[in-house]
Ligand binder design. Structure first.
Ligand code: TEU
Ligand code: CA
Length: 542
């Protein structure tokens, strides 16, 4: 499996990946059956979003029991089979640990509700609430009449935030990680893990929703270091990644510097807010390309200077599809999907691919609000209506922003329900599956899938891509994002046109093309990039 630098990690959202027992819901057996496909793609690890028992208010991010598998996905034996079969192909399994909060159905929360003060101290109960907002809309505090107290829920009201200041909570969580290590799980993604340490007492946020008070809180680094030394840090070759919400570069360096023994790498979302106004997800806005370039360059250089390590990604189960967002869905579908992949996979860090991204899956384009399933979307529909927006305006925002854009079933082939299931799936299939599907990609040597394979091969064989220094190029160019990676005497440079128009640039002398998304490229010192064209060039210094 190799070092952190050589990994390429594939994210599976099991509920939408592959259904094998025909109940319309993806399952573990579906993942097992797809291992040949993933092995052909070349990925080294599979991250599964939570498959623990859960009432599924937030599709499994509301965990009822961290050591029990939700029967709708399968059994513990199937997890063991998956670990073994994946291992045989050199692929590790990464689990998703939701440790900022538990489901309100969790035994601990139920005991707290029943009045047990020991268990009340597992959560964040307060007599007086403050003005923090839930990320899914409304107040972050829910009143419990029988206790005459409020509990904190930064997400849905069924997701109660844990009190990490309680050493018993931290000990339980370390044991849970150890339980999965003993089963053979080789990676962990920690959900919103920079939110675990809240400063107390809670105070109002006069100018915001509270996030600047509780994100990257006072003991977060101490608690992560402790979790590391008590669980995954004791095993070799375990890969960890923390999801960091509204974080800073300084904290991300600290989370991921090897010497600090916290985590291997971090996801941040700044580059995915370049189409927001003032951090507002539910307000329509346009894509600021200059901001995107600036953020990539800033994070890449600061993280390398500080010795941190980034998880590189465009897509996950919470984000609209990137080809719909910063690419082109029709005429330049293939070209733009390949270009977007190139700029992520050639940066310094560990790339992540979200299921369906490798075949260019697009946003859902649902036409009725009744097609949406996600709690965040449904809550915000109600909020937007209260704000007085028309139904058409609400629909347009949800179409652009809903997490369900990423959650439609994986498009395997042209059969009914895209080969995901034989029965009606829990969420509708994107009608474009007849064009965009795995089978069609496997038949086409020039497919998006084939290009992802080439990018993964490139990383595997290129020390520059793995370890090279990142250097921004053409920083002020209005259409082209460009950078180079260098190691000893070798340099690779990447030029990517993010727009539909032709743009002419100067290329370094003696460049050799190693990868591109158009046929018939003739490299010359002055080069005109075609719509969404990208070039990966190699230069050798004497
Ligand atoms: O997401 C954290 C998070 O804040 C977001 O990505 C969120 O979904 C989005 O910004 C809202 O606009 C993680 C999980 O990835 C997500 O699926 C869960 O719903 C959330 O934590 C709570 O566990
Ligand atoms: Ca199923």
């Amino acid at each position: 499996m190799g070092a952190l630098q050589s990994h390429v990690i594939y994210q599976i959202y099991p509920v939408s990946f592959k259904d094998t027992n025909q109940d319309g819901i993806g399952d573990l057996q579906g993942v097992i059956n797809s291992l040949d496909y993933l092995s052909t793609l070349g990925v080294t690890m599979i991250w599964l979003t939570p498959i623990f028992t859960s009432p599924m208010h937030d599709n499994g991010y509301d965990v009822q029991d961290y050591t029990a598998i939700n029967p709708m996905f399968g059994t513990l034996d199937e997890v063991k089979t998956l670990v073994k079969c994946a291992q045989a192909k050199g692929i590790g399994i990464m689990f998703d640990m939701v440790f900022n909060h538990t489901s309100t159905d969790h035994e601990w929360f139920q005991k707290a509700l029943n009045g047990d003060p020991n268990y009340q101290d597992y959560y964040l109960f307060v007599k007086e609430k403050v003005n923090w907002e839930s990320k899914f809309g409304g107040s972050a505090f829910k009143y419990v009449e029988s206790l005459d107290m409020y509990y904190l829920h930064l997400f849905d009201q069924h997701q109660a935030d844990l009190n990490w200041d309680n050493p018993k909570v931290r000990q339980h969580l370390a044991h849970i990680v150890q339980f999965w290590l003993d089963i053979g799980i080789q990676g962990f993604r920690f959900d919103v893990v920079n939110l675990i340490s809240k400063p107390k007492p809670f105070v109002d946020d006069p100018t915001g929703d509270g996030r600047r008070i509780y994100s990257d809180g006072p003991h977060v680094h101490t608690y992560l270091h402790e979790l590391n030394t008590k669980s995954f840090g004791k095993s070799d070759n375990v890969i960890t990644v923390g999801e960091m919400s509204s974080t800073s570069i300084e904290h991300c360096i600290a989370y991921s510097q090897p010497a600090r023994q916290e985590l291997n790498m971090v996801f941040n979302f700044h580059h995915l807010k370049v189409d927001y106004i003032d951090n507002q997800k539910w307000t329509p806005s346009v894509f600021d390309f200059h901001k995107l370039k600036h953020l990539f360059n800033q994070w890449q250089t600061a993280m390398q200077n500080g010795g941190g390590w980034q998880a590189l990604f465009w897509c996950n189960h919470d984000q609209p599809r990137i080809v719909s967002r910063f690419g082109h869905e029709t005429t330049y579908h293939k070209q733009s999907a390949k270009m977007l992949a190139t700029v992520v996979h050639c940066q310094r860090g560990t790339p992540f691919i979200y299921q369906g991204e490798e075949i260019g899956m697009t946003n859902a384009h649902f036409t009725s609000l009744s097609q949406y399933r996600d709690v965040e979307s449904l809550n915000h529909v109600a909020i937007l209506r209260q704000q007085g927006l028309s139904e058409a305006e609400v629909m347009a925002i949800v179409q652009a922003r809903s997490r369900d854009n990423a959650r439609t079933p994986m498009q395997w082939d042209t059969s009914l329900f895209a080969g995901f299931s034989d029965v009606t799936p829990w969420i509708e299939v994107n009608p474009n599956y007849s064009d965009i599907n795995v089978e069609a990609n496997l038949r086409d040597p020039d497919s998006i899938l084939a290009y992802y394979q080439a990018l993964i091969r490139l990383r595997k064989h290129s020390r520059i891509i793995q370890d090279g220094w990142y250097n921004p190029l053409l920083v002020d160019h209005p259409e082209v994002f460009a950078f180079e990676r260098s190691l000893e005497n070798d340099t690779i440079s990447v030029y990517a046109n993010f727009f539909e128009k032709h743009v002419t640039i100067e290329l370094p002398s003696q460049s050799i093309l190693i990868l591109g998304n158009y046929p018939d490229v003739v490299i010359s010192s002055t080069y005109t990039l075609r719509p969404y064209e990208c070039l990966v060039l190699q230069h050798q210094h004497e």
